[in-house]
Design a protein around this ligand. Structure first.
Ligand code: SF4
Ligand code: ZN
Ligand code: ZN
Length: 326
């Protein structure tokens, strides 16, 4: 197969676009595609300052590089979760540091161990829902960082494969709340930064090819707590459909983005209050992040509070239980 533009031998074939490219024209095509996604969903004005959540994986590193090449001011943020198994956190940190130093990007590292004297691994010993609490932790810290640096938006590296698989999973469960939040651009709200997913219409193969072209070296170790079997099944089902009908993933997800407002109308947001410890919006007097990482302070604040402020929960322990169930 030959490059559609210059007829040189093709470096990548893209059945979903019914085309193939040499390295140079693929790079131009990829950047143009992401630029179109950014414009289509009105994610960023030209040259905006963007906080990019970097995990060390290829998707977040490619997100940062593409935004930089498109002329945005990229500020990297990495959370050291303190996961020692598989050397996971240290290896992820090294991948992010090397990438940011090579690309000359500002980077802030937030270490859970340094700030809270405990880590995700320690949490995992007593909590069953490690990934749920890790997700809450990352969302809270990333949001705080984006607001702190005055970024126009917080960008994450979610891909078309991620977005389509979680859409399918949420449709199977008819989870209207998540179905209302699966868009690639969520506007800011009081206490919440704007959230964008610039790679939401790019497939894994294209992202991998772009990473290889730019010699991006992502972390190879896997998180020992990853239990993605179910999610992988949805991805595999979509891969199978994509093979038979190239472009179907994108058609499925783009179609959803046109109809997502219908789900929003169906789900009322729970009333929000300010967390007594950190002041960020929360559905209970103390947010899940503070209950998890600032236990002592949370306990003291709850003890000072009048019982009627406990949202019907009798004690701090009840609050923690409620959070684990939620
Ligand atoms: Fe955190 Fe779970 Fe992801 Fe590991 S797999 S980084 S514990 S969310
Ligand atoms: Zn070419
Ligand atoms: Zn809080």
């Amino acid at each position: 197969m030959k490059c559609r533009v210059c007829k040189a031998p093709a470096f990548i074939k893209l059945p979903a676009h019914n085309t193939a490219f040499c390295p140079q024209h693929f790079q131009e095509f990829f950047l143009r595609q992401v630029e179109r996604t950014i414009k289509k969903y009105r994610m960023l004005p030209p040259g905006a300052k963007v906080a990019v959540a970097l995990s060390g994986g290829k998707d977040s590193l490619v997100t940062a590089l593409v935004l930089k090449l498109l002329g945005y001011q990229v500020w990297g943020f990495f959370i050291d979760l303190g996961i020692e198994e598989n050397d996971f956190s240290a290896a992820s940190r090294r991948a992010v540091e090397e990438f940011c130093s090579r690309e000359n990007l500002p980077l802030e590292i937030f270490s859970l161990k340094e700030h809270f004297h405990k880590t995700i691994s320690q949490l995992a010993l007593r909590e069953k829902k490690t990934c749920a609490l890790c997700g809450v932790t990352k969302r809270h810290l990333m949001n705080e960082y984006a607001l702190k640096i005055g970024a126009y938006a917080l960008a994450t590296g979610h891909t078309l494969d991620d977005m389509a698989a979680s859409l399918l999973a949420n449709l199977f469960r008819w989870d209207l709340h998540y179905l209302s939040k699966g868009l690639p651009h969520l506007p800011p709200e009081p206490g919440f930064a704007r959230k964008i997913k610039p790679l939401a219409l790019q497939g894994e193969r294209e992202i991998l090819a772009f990473a290889q072209l730019h010699e991006i070296k992502p972390v190879e170790a896997a998180c020992p707590y990853a239990r993605e079997a179910k999610f992988k099944r949805y991805k595999a089902a979509l891969d199978m459909l994509e093979e038979k009908s190239p472009g179907i993933k994108r058609y499925f997800y783009e179609g959803y983005t046109r109809h997502a407002h219908r789900f929003r109308e169906e789900t009322a947001r729970p009333p929000m209050m300010s967390c007594l410890v950190c002041g960020f919006p929360s559905v209970s007097p103390i947010c899940t992040f503070c209950r998890t990482w600032r236990e002592e302070e949370a306990r003291q604040r709850m003890a000072k509070k009048e019982p009627e402020c406990y949202n019907g929960h009798k004690s701090f322990e009840d609050e923690v239980e409620k959070c684990k169930d939620g």
